[in-house]
Design a protein around this ligand. Structure first.
Ligand code: G1P
Ligand code: ZN
Length: 543
């Protein structure tokens, strides 16, 4: 039976311009909170009446309850079919693929990505559009406006359906199709890469380890590595998705995936290691005693793309987010292909991909992807690396060394200062912003400032302009320092400082990045007074 629930307290706190809602699990447990946001989605998404919707999540605390609520609300709004998965487990890239193959009106992905989960952690609702990518700014702004005046929502009262096995079920007049969320995705991967070649290479003498961090990629990776690619049992660690990710932080970087990092950087048993984040869209790649920074990873995939069957004819173009290093630009120039610089966030790649202007894209934040879906894709990146390693018969560090000597090296690091009180972070940021206009032509870390601004982006496809995407200080030797405030944190503010300097192919290529960047690190702290204003003597996370 359908009922309309009246709301007493208005829903006010979705950030406009973000393609979803990410808050503490506690906040999502407040009465009608989740329901209000879902109502706003169903009132604004095109094609709801009679449409198909994809629904699933990364298995974190709150996943099952949210699926139940969303199914009953979808039925109340006249959706004709929801495709969801066994146990509600669906990675973000797999959801993107399903939206596209099922010609769905969009998808709802339940995840707070790399943020910790559990009753004390975070939960999130991400909305993707019919192209499979994060919802457009126009749609999310409309949803935001709608939530400001929301007074009721509609839901059907019915028992939760079990998600234990595949099959078709009915809620009101709506079909709920429960499928195995893993199969379609792995079938897509088999079209893109040469699995026989990878299998032979790995099983000869190339031991690998994958850390699923108790998050969504566990079931995918088990079937992929230990099943299809016949690697030994135990190749996938922490493979069972847990509601609180086993108490961990499902973010594949050297700080939060330290067990894996130790296996590769200190140990001797593996030639390759990788991890993905909570919802499976990020990736970290490691070789023996070797960490691949994500900006380099994108450049290396671009330079060697023709090793993979899917990209054998070459790339149309590439794109990177503004704070990502320019390593991929150098490759694009050599290949004579298009390259684009977009604001942070995957949604900006969507237009370029849909228009066929780019084939590969990526971000410094461990996100890499291609035109096969409209999200970044962690396991895809891992397979792409394995494909290149198998074709070349080289180790990860040999591939890196070859790349740098051919293209030069972009020393790169990101310093994150987390949980800064909002006012302190905003004052720090505003103060630097107001000093930018006087910087051009002056010295910074012994070099000359050629440009200092707050980055704005003109989308070449729809001509929309997105402003205030991060403070940039560009120097005459190609070095850059960027400052941004995170849009995804849920506690206080996170200040991100991105540091980059270029060394040509003839220069010194094998320094430690922190050493190579030390001049920039010191100068930006002097300018922004980060230590003084935050009281933090070092960043929370250094990548
Ligand atoms: C972070 C990353 C950004 C990424 C986003 C979603 O956003 O920096 O590259 O697109 O997560 O995964 P931020 O917290 O910096 O706003
Ligand atoms: Zn993610």
């Amino acid at each position: 039976m359908k009922k309309n629930v009246r709301l007493n307290t208005p829903f006010t706190d979705q950030k406009p311009g973000t393609s979803g809602l990410r808050k503490s699990s506690k906040q999502f447990e407040e009465p009608n909170y989740l329901e209000s946001f879902i109502e706003a989605i169903f009132q604004n998404l095109t094609g709801v009446g009679g449409g198909t919707l994809i629904l699933g999540g990364d298995g974190r605390y709150g996943n099952r309850r949210a699926i139940d609520v969303i199914l009953r609300m979808a039925a109340a709004h006249g959706i004709s079919r929801v495709v969801t998965t066994i146990d509600g487990i669906l990675s973000t890239p797999a959801a993107s693929h399903l939206i596209r193959t099922r010609k769905a009106i969009g998808g709802i992905i339940l995840s707070a990505s790399h943020n910790p989960g559990g009753p004390e952690g975070d939960f999130g609702v991400k909305l993707n559009g019919s192209n499979g990518g994060p919802a457009s700014e126009t749609l999310t702004s409309a949803i935001f406006e709608f939530t400001q005046n929301l007074s009721e929502y509609s839901i059907i009262e019915s028992e939760p359906i079990s998600l234990n096995q595949a099959g078709n079920y009915l809620i009101g007049g709506m079909t709920v199709e429960v499928i195995d969320g893993v199969d379609d995705y792995l079938a897509l991967m088999q079209q893109l890469f040469d699995f026989d070649l990878i299998r032979n290479f790995l099983n000869k003498d190339f031991p690998i380890v994958f850390d699923a961090l108790h998050a969504v990629t566990g079931p995918y990776a088990k079937q992929l590595f230990e099943g299809i690619l016949k690697m030994p049992l135990g190749t996938v660690k922490n493979a069972v998705p847990l509601e609180d990710f086993g108490g961990g932080h499902p973010d594949p970087n050297l700080t939060y995936a330290h067990e894996l990092a130790n296996l590769l950087l200190e140990g001797n048993n593996y030639a390759f290691g990788a991890a993905c984040d909570g919802d499976g869209d990020r990736n970290m790649i490691l070789g023996k005693a070797c960490f691949v920074n994500p900006s380099d990873s994108l450049a290396i995939l671009a330079a060697n793309a023709t090793c993979a069957p899917a990209y054998a004819d070459g790339l149309v173009g590439v794109a990177r987010s503004m704070p990502t290093s320019a390593a991929v630009d150098v490759v694009a120039k050599k290949l004579g292909i298009l390259s684009f610089e977009t604001p942070t966030g995957w949604k900006f790649f969507g237009n370029l991909l849909d228009k066929g202007l780019i084939t590969l894209c990526g971000e410094e934040s461990f996100g890499t992807g291609s035109d096969h879906v409209r999200e970044k894709d962690g396991l895809w990146a891992v397979l792409f690396w394995l494909q290149i390693l198998a074709v070349k018969g080289l180790t990860v560090s040999e591939i890196m060394a070859q790349h740098w000597s051919r293209f030069g090296r972009h020393y790169y690091s990101r310093h994150d200062y987390e949980e800064i009180p909002n006012v302190i972070a905003e004052n720090l940021f505003d103060r630097v912003e107001s000093s930018l206009s006087q910087m051009v032509g002056n010295k910074f870390a012994g070099r000359e400032v050629t440009l200092a601004d707050n980055f704005s982006y003109l989308d070449p496809v729809d001509n929309s302009v997105t402003q205030k995407q991060g403070l940039r200080i560009l120097l005459n030797d190609g070095s850059r320092v960027i400052l941004r405030l995170s849009g995804t944190g849920t506690k206080g503010a996170t200040l991100r400082v991105y540091l980059e300097s270029y060394s040509s192919a003839n220069g010194e290529l094998f320094l430690d990045p922190q050493q190579a960047l030390s001049g920039l690190i010191k100068e930006i702290d002097d300018l922004a007074e980060i230590q003084k204003r935050t009281g933090m003597t070092r960043p929370t996370v250094i990548t």
